[in-house]
Design a protein around this ligand. Structure first.
Ligand code: ATP
Ligand code: MG
Length: 339
């Protein structure tokens, strides 16, 4: 079908916006994984740990991605990172060896993808029905998973907003990096940035505060304030409801963000200029048409997958969503209509 084009820019919430709070919260609740799913994930991790440690006693397994950052939907696959010292051994050899072990222990659909950008072994556990991807030494992903989870504990509106935005992005097919749209990780950063910008702010900038957590990963220094239990009242001076925030989120990305000049930066709690980051021209495949700075790998633009075509798709989808939030009679349905 045709994606809708910009019509009219509105600057404040419609009067009856709060009628949408209940249906958005119901939708959020229905997407959260039930507790028994979390139990099964732990169970599978334990099984994998046993199998791996027979061959590699020093290796450690960590959950990362949406199953561990608190932004995972019910029934998603899990992401596992195996951390171990590699001394003159090839990652591919280890992945193939692991695939062997898993296969001979009744795990199914076992596949080693040794040539992928992030090489992994895939498998499905017939006991729990859970599928999983295992990578090696992707420790930065484990650390950024913790950062996201820590932000989620500060104000419950972040988790609600992310679930609604991810559900929208999946329904509208703009959560597909191989088609030039954005990863779930990028959408979470967009939501955190957005809540850092509200006045009064709903989220702080954890990397701008005193360091209570530190990790040096592949020469990247990861430092931030992680005692988030001390911040659970942080956003309480801002009384915006979830419906108002969904409205404002789409409004921000449709009409307020300066795509030509700005980079969003959760690390600094504000926007930076593309010029300051030297992200003004295309280098190789990185076009910088929407710029989202990784909080730790600061030279990494999560928007680099976006191209000339998909930037239009994305912006038209933000505009469509903003229009629907403003004047549709039933946004909780229309917003998520499959593309
Ligand atoms: P989904 O529910 O859609 O699976 P997810 O959070 O698991 O969401 P993935 O795209 O599967 O998202 O990514 C898994 C994890 O890998 C992310 O949470 C993040 O920690 C890390 N990650 C993904 N993409 C990047 C990237 N471009 N740069 C750095 N880390 C990334
Ligand atoms: Mg995932």
């Amino acid at each position: 079908g045709q994606r809708m084009r910009n019509q009219k820019i509105h600057t404040t919430y419609p009067n009856d916006i709060n009628r949408l709070n209940a249906p958005f919260l119901t939708m959020f609740e229905s997407l959260i994984p039930p507790n028994e799913e979390k139990v099964k994930q732990k169970q599978l991790l334990t099984v994998l740990e046993k199998l791996v440690s027979k061959e590699y006693p020093e290796a450690r397994l960590f959950l990362y991605g949406s199953c561990a950052n608190s932004f995972g939907f019910s029934k998603s696959d899990i992401d596992v990172c195996l951390a171990m010292e590699l001394q003159n051994v090839d990652k591919s050899d280890i992945l193939l060896k692991l695939a062997d072990i898993f296969e001979s222990n009744n795990l199914q659909n076992v596949q080693a993808l040794t040539r992928a950008r992030v090489p992994i072994v895939k498998l499905m556990d017939p006991v729990t029905g859970i599928s999983c991807d295992i990578c090696i030494n992707n420790v930065l992903a484990v650390v950024n998973t913790k950062l996201l989870r820590d932000y989620a504990q500060i104000d419950e509106r972040l988790r609600q907003l992310v679930f609604i935005v991810k559900h929208w992005a999946k329904s509208r097919q703009v959560n597909e990096t191989y088609h030039g749209t954005l990863s779930s990780y990028a959408y979470v950063l967009m939501c955190i940035h957005f809540l850092q910008q509200r006045r009064p702010a709903i989220l702080p900038c954890l990397q701008g505060m005193e360091t209570t957590y530190f990790a040096n990963v592949d020469n990247v220094e990861c430092a931030y304030f992680d005692q988030v239990e001390k911040l659970h009242n942080y956003g309480s001076r801002n009384g915006e409801s979830i419906a108002q925030l969904v409205w404002a989120f789409f409004h921000y990305w449709a009409y307020c963000h300066d795509y030509a000049n700005d980079v969003i930066s959760v690390r600094t709690g504000r926007t930076l200029s593309k010029r300051a980051k030297d992200w003004t021209r295309r280098v190789g495949n990185d076009r910088h048409l929407i710029c989202i700075e990784d909080p730790f790998e600061v030279s990494h633009d999560l928007g680099r997958v976006v191209d000339k075509f998909s930037i239009r798709v994305l912006r038209e989808e933000f505009e469509r969503a903003a229009q629907i939030m403003h004047c549709d009679s039933n946004p909780c349905v229309t917003l998520f209509e499959p593309y």
